[in-house]
Design a protein around this ligand. Structure first.
Ligand SMILES: [Cu+2]
Length: 278
């Protein structure tokens, strides 16, 4: 396994505790990370990310659908002391993914950093129901961290849409024919997933994808119950199409939903897929 693979997978499968692919010797060294070029020299102030926690607050004690709601996310250590410094990752200090329980709604937004560990954003939930908020961030000198929170939003709750795995992974989105393929698809295996882009009307390959948040694309993957979360970045971040390749690994077999986010001709677009991982 080459180092780049190890790095990409460990950086992205942030939910898996202690990073399943991590070399054994790292696990006994709190705060150490294979991402060592990011360690401050001397390193004794390095953040032990196992003690990093997020405290979630809503300006409205009962958030409502269709209304601007302010979300505050306070990042602190287990003694309540704010974590003050964050590494910029893909142009942002925090990435926040919002999904509803049946995964029919997906949003990827970026809270503002207010200092002293506090991030804030205003957003809207389209309907009532349960939503999961997932924050991705990297405390300076620490490793990538994911903190999540379920929130109940009041308002009409539409009937849950069942997640049905798709067998045809080619679809047209915003005038682009997008095909998703895997070199192998099996739980627990390192695999490459490839998105291929054609102009839907001319069938010509699209070779001028634009960087979106510093990479040709971003992929977020959630298990059907929204418990397993993976955020992938491209193997070649500077690619421009017609292919965008991502390395990933599905932790267990089951149904997953994934969302690829790309940018073309100044416009970002999202390509969702529901897949069955054997
Ligand atoms: Cu983001």
């Amino acid at each position: 396994m080459n180092f780049r693979w190890l790095f990409v997978i460990c950086l992205t499968i942030v939910l898996l505790s202690a990073c399943a692919q991590k070399p054994k010797q790292d696990q006994t060294m709190p705060g150490m990370d294979h991402n060592q070029h990011n360690q401050p020299s001397g390193g004794k102030e390095s953040t032990n990310t196992s003690q990093v926690q997020a405290v979630w607050k809503f300006a409205d004690s009962a958030p409502q659908s269709g209304k601007d709601e302010q979300i505050s996310i306070q990042i602190q250590d287990n003694t309540g002391k704010p974590i003050e410094k964050f590494q910029v990752s893909h142009e942002k200090q925090m990435h926040l993914i919002v999904v509803n329980k049946d995964l029919s709604f997906f949003n990827h937004i970026h809270p503002d950093y207010k200092g002293k560990g506090l991030f804030q954003i205003r957003t809207q939930f389209p309907t009532g129901g349960d939503y999961k908020l997932i924050a991705d961030f990297i405390p300076e000198g620490g490793e990538a961290k994911t903190e999540s929170q379920w929130v109940k939003v009041s308002g009409d709750v539409p009937a849950a849409q069942p997640l049905t795995p798709e067998t045809n992974l080619t679809k047209v989105v915003e005038g682009k024919e997008v095909s998703l393929s895997f070199d192998q698809l099996q739980a627990g295996k390192e695999l490459t997933m490839t998105f291929n882009f054609l102009d839907a009307s001319t069938k010509q390959p699209i070779t001028n994808l634009e960087p979106y948040l510093g990479a040709v694309g971003h992929v977020v993957i959630l298990s059907a119950d929204a418990e397993k979360y993976i955020h992938n970045h491209p193997l070649e971040e500077k690619a421009t199409g017609p292919q965008a390749k991502f390395g990933t690994a599905f932790p267990a077999s089951g149904i997953y939903k994934l969302w690829g986010q790309f940018k073309h001709q100044g416009k970002t677009f999202i390509v969702p897929y529901t897949i069955q991982v054997p």
